[in-house]
Write a protein that binds this ligand. Structure first.
Ligand code: SAH
Length: 231
């Protein structure tokens, strides 16, 4: 009995300071990388303070989880730089009762950030292993609002459409028409568009009735949007 509780105490002695250090690293990340670059939406800042980014990267990368850069997550893919995640989240102006589609689940981090703000997040990933790992991770961390599917996100996720917001996290050569169709009237989509091998442009697509307006925002670099036939 005594040995068990001593073990537990020792474990807590190790875990509590680690959790505190991670929270501090996150607060600093938000302040220095996100707020300082002009993100002001409080819900977005708070979501970035909450999501344990170190849980979304391979263990070998965990010590870099709060750095100002993308990190490898396996299968040639990356988790985006924290600022870009915050910026894309702010651009779609998520509201608590929104339903959001993400294309490119990767680690599940962007989906978790969205799920801190909105009720329902549907996310699609083309690499089956990444989809499975992200689903398990999100489940373990209690992100019940997120549903992951292995599929080619070019076609969106018709079953749950229309979406208040769509976030695409891989660089497409054009905006997939099915995604525009699945956007709600008054909805917003953010998507990097351009050649996969150069810098792309982050675009904001807004739908008002029959009218679709597209604005180019800023140069970005994302991993390529692949298609099922590329695999
Ligand atoms: N949002 C992710 C980062 C993703 S990197 C995160 O927070 O970790 C981009 C992801 O898009 C990769 O995992 C890649 O496999 C995926 N992807 C590329 N093309 C896709 C497609 N057509 N449909 C769904 N996912 C795609």
């Amino acid at each position: 009995m005594i040995r068990v509780s001593l073990g537990l105490i020792l474990l807590l002695c190790a875990l509590v300071p680690a959790a505190r250090a991670q929270q501090e690293a996150r607060d600093q990340m938000v302040q220095r990388q996100v707020e300082r670059r002009g993100i002001t939406t409080e819900a977005v800042l708070e979501a970035m303070r909450q999501v344990p980014r170190h849980e979304f990267v391979p263990q070998s990368q965990a010590s870099h989880a709060y750095e100002d850069r993308p990190l490898p997550i396996g299968y040639g893919q990356t988790i985006s730089q924290p600022y870009i995640v915050a910026y894309m989240t702010e651009l779609v102006q998520p509201d608590p009762d929104d339903r959001v589609l993400e294309v490119g689940t990767g680690s599940g981090y962007q989906a978790a950030v969205l799920a801190e703000i909105v009720d329902q997040v549907y996310t699609v990933e083309i690499i089956p292993e990444l989809a499975a790992t992200a689903a398990q991770r999100l489940d373990r961390l209690g992100y019940d609002a997120v549903t992951v599917k292995h599929a080619d996100g070019y076609y969106g996720w018709e079953e749950h459409a229309p979406y208040d917001a769509i976030v695409v996290t891989a660089a497409a050569e054009h905006v997939p028409p099915p995604l525009i169709e699945q956007l709600k009237d008054g909805g917003r989509m953010v998507i990097p568009v351009g050649s996969p091998f150069y810098t792309q442009t982050l675009m904001l697509v807004e739908k008002e009735g029959d009218q679709v307006t597209t604005r180019s925002l800023t140069p970005v670099r994302f991993v390529p949007f692949t298609r099922s036939d590329d695999q």
